[in-house]
Ligand binder design. Sequence first.
Ligand code: HPA
Length: 271
Amino acid sequence: MFQALHETVEFIKRKTNNFQPEIGIVLGTGLGGLVNDIQIEYQIMYSNIPNFPISTLEFHSGKLIFGTLEGKNVIAMQGRLHYYEGYSMQQITFPIRTMKVLGITHLFVSNAAGSLNPDFKKGELMVISDHINLQPESPLRGSNDADMGPRFPDMSQPYKRDLITAALKLAADHNITCHHGVYIAVTGPNLETKAEYNYLRVIGGDAVGMSTVPEVIVANHMSIPVFAISVLTDEGFPEVLEPVSLEEIIETAKAAEPNMTKILSLLISKL
Ligand code: HPA
């Protein structure tokens, strides 16, 4: 992997005139709008970047964006990669490793997720304070490159506590309903049955989604502080479960996106 990473980083540096990002941002399904707030300097399609997996979902535009947000140099992934698309865990997390080698010191992640907590309603936000990984594999399986991180990385605080506290305060100051809780990662792409939503709640989840955890594990492996936030796009409450479509999930994500974007921008401005 080291060789591939080196090749990718050299390519990006050449294409971006040696742009030095400080903050990495991964934008979730239906949540690409933060890009409108970035003063874009360069953008590269994933399909043009050596060793980058290509996002197969047509609603993902699949671009790396380089620019400034709140005066900070950022690199944003518009369109994330999911395990259910068929990529390996190493492929999904390759862009995070790339961002680290390019120089990021913080990673911000957004996603769309289903609520499991009856007090957390569709359209509201949830800062991720911890996670449970139910995906079948860790992105760290296989030989470990000690230059990147330890064989057995600590996960006692995978999401940086002072960023969580700051985000909740910013949300309260701006009258935005924003919870905090435990995100459970499943493989998907099917949504859950009633029995599965019930199980996910019982084992300690507040929200469920199909992403984020692989990226967060790899970021922790490389000692990058992480902040992650979910837009709750549907309610996985077993007693009253309604069928939900991808269109509705994307629509709800879009409606809640301005609030999420505001929190992310404010948080980044305070770094
Ligand atoms: N389950 C899993 N993933 C999701 C959901 C859900 O209910 N909503 C958005 N992503």
